[in-house]
Ligand binder design. Structure first.
Ligand code: VAH
Length: 312
């Protein structure tokens, strides 16, 4: 059986729905510190679970006979800058608990999300390679870089089958933005429909790696279903999809809402965004486990506006 820790979050919500449709809802146990949206809560078993409580995680794993764990709980970049020690404790202790359960053979396989936030100001900005200089300058990026090191250590030292992807900014319509720097690209669709105007907290030319959620879910399932022998990267795989800036996503929205306008008022998140790459080289993921993204910026804009318009 599968346990998703952080199932009420942006990725967790959609990952749970996808895995339940694929394996049957009784095979997929959702868990989080707080309840999720109505669809999540009505679609299968749910446990209130603190990702920092080892005994509580072990209890859920034993009771539900869990074999695979997707650890999706984390504090994202913007919020982590406000609460550094809370972010470090949540992002790291939750990972150690799951890695140690696997080391003690209580679970068989782990998915753990890393992020393009592991790259820093000294990393090459375009077509960022799989292996390169990584000096992250954010709390979130430091926690993800350290987590990658520990995943590789537990694989090499104890044979733990933990698999990881460096997600770009993810765009989805089923959950509200959750404290990420890339979440302007989710918020902009809501504000376009509600006010036909958006005050953007990043500058117009801030290009960032992004991806529509369906592509990210597909990549997550692909890497977890790949043969262990196909996984040659045991820290975390680069994953690429789209790269765009606020100006470009605005132009995409204006194809549907011609009067939509944007204004720029950069805040503390501009410095976070400026420390990250603009585009990513994901050759290794394409080679090792057949990854390729599908949804373009204009397709994503069509999907987002179509699925959100009834709320406004
Ligand atoms: C954030 N959405 O903005 C996350 C992600 C690459 C960014 O890790 O913090």
């Amino acid at each position: 059986r599968i346990l998703i820790i952080g199932a009420s979050g942006q990725i967790g919500t959609e990952l749970t729905a996808y895995l339940r449709s694929k394996h049957g809802s009784h095979k997929v146990i959702a868990s989080d510190i707080k309840e999720g949206n109505q669809e999540l809560m009505e679609s299968g078993p749910f446990e209130i679970l603190d990702a920092m409580d080892y005994n509580a995680i072990q209890d859920v794993v034993i009771r539900h006979e869990i074999t695979d764990v997707y650890l999706m709980a984390a504090m994202l970049s913007a919020t982590a800058e406000k609460f550094p020690m809370k972010a470090w404790n949540l992002n790291m202790n939750s990972l150690f608990h799951v890695l140690n359960l696997a080391k003690d053979n209580k679970i068989e396989k782990i998915f753990w999300p890393s992020s393009i936030a592991v790259f820093g100001p000294t990393t090459p900005k375009t077509n960022t390679p799989q292996r390169t200089i990584m000096e992250p300058s954010t709390v979130y990026g430091i926690s993800k870089q350290t987590g990658e090191r520990w995943c590789e250590y537990y694989f090499n030292k104890y044979g733990v089958d933990v698999r990881s992807i460096r997600y770009p900014g993810l765009i989805s319509y089923k959950t509200m933005p959750g404290g990420g720097t890339t979440d302007y690209a989710v918020d902009i669709y809501h504000k376009a429909l509600k006010h036909n105007k958006y005050i953007c907290f990043l500058n117009a030319e801030t290009t960032l790696p992004m991806m529509f959620m369906d592509d990210a879910i597909q990549a997550t399932v692909n890497i977890m279903e790949a043969d262990e022998s196909d996984i040659h990267v045991r820290n975390s795989y680069n994953l690429a999809g789209l790269s765009f800036n606020p100006e470009e996503i605005t132009a995409s929205i204006q194809k549907h809402l011609p009067d939509f306008s944007i204004e720029y008022e950069a805040d503390f998140r501009q410095e976070i965004a400026d420390s990250w790459p603009q585009s990513i080289d994901d050759t290794e993921a394409r080679k090792d486990w057949g990854w390729e993204h599908k949804v373009s910026l204009d397709e994503m804009t069509g999907i987002m506006l179509k699925n959100l318009k009834d709320q406004y």
